[in-house]
Design a protein around this ligand. Structure first.
Ligand code: NAP
Length: 218
């Protein structure tokens, strides 16, 4: 599939590399191609991934069949607006962002919770996109290499209103090596995985490493 990953942070670059490694055509969307390409981390990554171009957000989204929102959660709506509502219409929009607020320092709080979620905000703002929330409950490295923790015996969640879109995302997750994929239901269920973040942050603090995962034993 043609997949645009929006954002050049750890998640964007890791997912782009993982999805390309799984055989997909990938572009990385960014606000400023020249500025991003000159960043040390991005420049090094581009050397190792010569087949994955950086593109402006709107060009990447227009080209893609599937769009991944890997932008900072506090700016995701702005980034997706820059990608362009018409370029998202009808497309599977995978939302891995977390609505974290670091303005009060560490640990972060949630910008939205309990009665709403970032996944729902994205779906409301882009009603013609087919939003699927997933992969937001783990460190970036595990997203593309689930067997790196507990031999892959752990859970990734799916939330979204569109069953066909969730089937596409399930297939992409399987391409990345996922086996325990738990469909929680419609996009309002994204509240649960997003509110995992306070637990995730404290677990990170207790273990001293982000290399851990949740398993829903059942
Ligand atoms: P991040 O530091 O949250 O930022 C990702 C990208 O967001 C930036 O590279 C930038 O892309 C874009 N961005 C930032 N401010 C923006 C603004 N004002 N307007 C438009 N775009 C803006 O990076 P990350 O750690 O890779 O995380 C990406 C998302 O995944 C976040 O929502 C995070 O909460 C979530 N997440 C992270 C992890 C993890 O392991 N880090 C795990 C699970 C979920 P450009 O500069 O390329 O335009």
């Amino acid at each position: 599939m043609r997949i645009a990953v929006l954002g050049t942070g750890a998640v964007g670059l890791t997912l782009a590399g993982g999805l390309a490694g799984a055989g997909h055509q990938v572009r990385v969307g960014t606000r400023d191609v020249v500025e991003s390409a000159e960043r040390e981390d991005v420049a090094g990554w581009l050397v190792g991934h010569p087949d994955i171009p950086l593109s402006p957000l709107d060009e990447a989204a227009a080209w893609a069949q599937v769009v991944v929102n890997a932008t900072n959660g506090s700016a995701s709506l702005l980034a997706l607006e820059a990608a362009g509502e018409p370029n998202l219409a009808g497309k599977v929009l995978i939302d891995v962002a977390n609505p974290l607020d670091f303005s009060g320092g560490f640990p972060p709080t949630l910008l939205v919770c309990d009665i709403d979620s970032l996944g729902e905000q994205v779906q409301r703002r882009f009603p013609d996109a087919r939003v699927v929330k997933t992969l937001n409950t783990m460190n970036a490295s595990i997203m593309v290499d689930p067997t790196s923790v507990a031999d892959g015996e752990h859970t990734v969640f799916l939330s979204g209103d569109d069953a066909a879109a969730k089937a596409v995302v399930q297939g992409l997750l399987e391409d990345l090596g996922w086996t325990d994929i738990l469909d929680l239901g419609d996009i309002t269920t994204a509240r649960g995985p997003e509110m995992v973040l306070p637990l995730w942050v404290r677990t990170f603090g207790a273990l001293g490493t982000p290399e851990f995962q949740l398993r829903i034993a059942r």
